[in-house]
Design a protein around this ligand. Structure first.
Ligand SMILES: NC(=O)c1ccc[n+]([C@@H]2O[C@H](COP(=O)([O-])OP(=O)(O)OC[C@H]3O[C@@H](n4cnc5c(N)ncnc54)[C@H](OP(=O)(O)O)[C@@H]3O)[C@@H](O)[C@H]2O)c1
Length: 400
């Protein structure tokens, strides 16, 4: 057996998701049956201060020789980095990712990929020009649970998918939680709103079940009808969006298929944490697949067939295990002892692509990321939501 290849990561930004991702990244891949690669962190950078980067490295348990940088400029110059993980607010992804690509770095960039499709296209073109790897970090696509759901669909057990209902909504009280309007969830300067932050997961479920499961040669973009509710206090951010999609398909493949993707900051997919509400329903003539919330980190599925078959599955995330004294979670939330968050699956895919010489993610290539950005552009167009020019522009560089 050949020795595992080690991918050396640089972490750009030190906020909430950067912490969760980095802790997961450092879990031994063997704990999830992955033996061909390993991950290490060689540097982290904070735009605020070097000391913040130092603290981040300590808090996430990075190797003691990992470098702390007080600017992103220093990070991208580090010759020891194979791949940069970008974890800034989505308003900044375009400028940050372009900056990394220009410096010759491979990039895994948090969702939403960019503010709009034009920016996503410009990044894809730059990656191609520089022959670099570029992937949107839609971690859910790489979960074994998602692979299982897609396999169920392509195996034909529920028949051709006719309809997908997908919700990702959080019962937040935005006026209370984000009362100064500066938080990235509601701040127009940071491309705030439900659609780009949460709705991307509703669309992820629609696309990975209805679009990605079709042969590449027959996939066609959907028609989109949308309603968007603006968030009162900051005006230019949505607090709720509802999207109806029609996916054209040939009669032999089942004909047109419909989807409804919803998202809201204010109402919940699962009121009072009720995990029994299937936030995702994938329906065909022979039955349906239910995926239980949260849509971004589901751990339970149910297959219900017309003939009475019911197959329920639990998909807890692997990790160092009970007794390890290791914990992960997001923004103060804590998973069970030794249970990973699930962000390592996308990291494994990015690392594997580097080893294999691929330039895009296996379960969501750049064309699909761009198409989803186009859908979100259309939702914003119909809903009358635009962001400040400095974050919508494809001009580079722009100081944000
Ligand atoms: N995959 C997931 O489950 C998941 C979950 C949450 C968020 N996300 C995505 O990850 C990204 C970051 O989210 P987060 O929750 O980690 O946000 P966060 O806690 O606010 O962290 C964002 C970090 O970006 C850096 N930054 C640079 N310029 C900034 C600016 N003008 N304003 C604010 N921060 C700035 C800061 O790090 P430095 O000071 O160190 O530079 C900051 O700590 C978003 O695109 C979000 O959609 C993904």
């Amino acid at each position: 057996m050949t020795a595992p290849k080690t991918i050396r990561w640089g972490i750009l930004a030190t906020g909430a998701i950067a912490v969760t991702f980095t802790k997961d990244l450092l879990v031994d891949p063997k704990t999830r049956g992955v033996n061909h690669i390993k991950h290490t962190v060689v540097a982290a950078a904070s735009s605020s201060s070097k000391s913040r980067a130092e603290q981040f490295l300590k808090d996430t348990g990075c190797p003691s020789d990992a470098k702390a940088y007080g600017s992103y400029e220093e990070l991208v110059k580090d010759p020891n980095i194979d791949m940069v993980y970008i974890a800034t607010p989505h308003s900044h992804h375009y400028q940050n990712a372009m900056f990394c690509l220009e410096a010759g770095k491979n990039v895994l960039c948090e969702k939403a990929f960019t503010v709009n499709a034009a920016q996503a296209k410009a990044l894809a073109m730059k990656a191609q020009e520089k022959n670099l790897f570029l992937m949107e970090a839609v971690w859910t696509r790489y979960f074994p649970l998602s692979v299982y759901v897609r396999d169920l669909i392509t195996s034909g057990r529920i028949g051709p998918v006719a309809r997908v209902l997908a919700d990702n909504s959080m019962a937040l009280n935005p006026e209370e939680s984000f009362n100064d309007g500066k938080h990235r969830m509601v701040n127009p300067d940071l491309a705030g709103g439900a659609l780009l932050d949460l709705g991307i997961y509703s669309l992820t479920w629609v696309f990975q079940t209805l679009y990605h499961t079709q042969p590449e040669s027959t996939r066609q973009p959907p028609k989109v009808l949308a309603a968007l509710k603006s968030y009162g206090p900051t005006k230019a951010a949505d607090e709720a969006s509802t999207i109806v999609l029609n996916f054209p398909r040939s009669p032999e493949a089942g004909g047109d298929a419909h989807a409804v993707a919803t998202t809201s900051l204010r109402v919940a997919t699962a009121p009072a944490g009720n995990g029994d509400a299937p936030g995702i329903r994938i329906q065909g003539p022979n039955g349906e697949i239910q995926v239980f919330p949260p849509a971004f980190r589901p751990t339970r599925t149910k297959l219900i067939l017309r003939d009475g078959t019911v197959e329920e599955k639990n998909w807890s995330q692997p990790g160092p295990g009970g007794g390890s004294g290791w914990y992960n979670g997001f923004a103060g939330g804590r998973n069970a002892e030794g249970e990973g968050h699930g962000m390592f699956w996308e990291a494994d895919e990015a690392a594997t692509a580097l080893v294999e010489g691929r330039k895009e993610g296996k379960y969501e290539g750049l064309a699909e990321s761009i198409l989803i950005m186009e859908v979100m552009d259309e939702v914003r167009r119909q809903g009358g939501l635009s962001y400040p020019e400095k974050i919508e522009t494809t001009k580079y560089p722009v100081q944000l």
